[in-house]
Ligand binder design. Structure first.
Ligand SMILES: O=C(O)C(=O)C[C@]1(C(=O)O)C=C[C@@H](O)C=C1
Length: 266
């Protein structure tokens, strides 16, 4: 029989989802690396008009809003999907009650979203690295810009980055479940610093960064050796952007883990 938890805030009934173990979750995160590097490779192959991102990325936000309204209807942001919109209201949080105890190892929705940090990094750090003078779109009028294609790729990439980072909530639950007696007093005393130390694993961070670098090299090499000619800097630019991106993703994922733990007992 399925255990059902009540969402007190809106009275909807939600399933009680057990989380996978850390080995499985790291595998899930690893599966997202190639799609992210692939999207980044594709995006970096487009010429970019940097005016497109004026007013804090207003036009990109507009594209996200349109796409997210469609996604919402398709259930993309439903409970447990680990997909959180950039432009729509967030899912309501869970509350622990005697009927819905959220035993350790059960996912517990919190109120934090890493999306504002992801958007800020994207606009301020990644977009300036999109410096290609040419595009793989061929236009008979010799124009290189295809703003709609660029914004749609941006939106796709942002969705992937967000999904990757928010799996941090699942990472946090599994780490909490493995160490409840240590975490509970730290949550009660709001000791975010010690919680961060417990969640951080620098050896695993090095693995993730190495995997991302390998994927970036593989993608740029594959594209070039497949016969397409590119400026010599193409591969290096991709590798630099991928390194910056995965460093930031780890930091944002860690922040999402911390915020999740801090709200775990509510
Ligand atoms: O794998 C973990 O233990 C995580 O917490 C995930 C992650 C990551 O984003 O990949 C984040 C923080 C850790 O320091 C190491 C890796």
């Amino acid at each position: 029989s399925v255990v059902v938890t009540a969402d007190v805030s809106n009275n909807a009934r939600r399933p009680a989802f057990p989380v996978p173990d850390l080995t499985q979750i790291r595998d899930i995160l690893a599966h997202l690396e190639a799609p992210i590097i692939s999207g980044l490779t594709e995006r970096m192959g487009l010429a970019t008009s940097h005016d497109l991102y004026a007013n804090n990325g207003r036009r990109l936000i507009d594209v996200l809003t349109t796409r997210e309204n469609i996604a919402l209807k398709a259930g993309r942001f439903d409970y447990g999907k680990m997909e959180y919109p950039f432009t729509l209201p967030l899912i309501s949080p869970d509350f622990t009650t005697p009927l819905t105890p959220f035993n350790p190892g059960t996912f517990h929705q919190d109120t934090f979203s890493g999306n504002p940090n992801i958007t800020k990094f994207y606009l301020e750090t990644l977009v300036p690295m999109f410096t290609s003078a040419t595009s793989f779109y061929y236009h008979l009028d010799n124009s290189t810009l295809n703003d709609d294609a660029a914004l749609n790729l941006d939106a796709t990439l942002l969705g992937l980055l967000s999904h990757r980072s928010h799996i941090g909530k699942v990472v946090a639950e599994t780490k909490y479940a493995a160490n409840v007696t240590v975490f509970v007093p730290l949550i009660k005393s709001k000791d975010a610093g010690t919680i961060r130390t417990l969640l951080t694993n620098t050896a695993q961070e090095a693995n993730v960064l190495a995997q991302a670098a390998t994927a970036a090299t593989a993608f740029s090499t594959a594209w070039i050796t497949s016969g397409a000619s590119f400026p010599p800097a193409t591969g290096v630019n991709l590798q630099n952007a991928a390194a910056k991106l995965f460093r930031e993703l780890i930091d944002i994922t860690t922040q999402i883990e911390i915020e999740y733990i801090m709200q775990r007992l509510r």
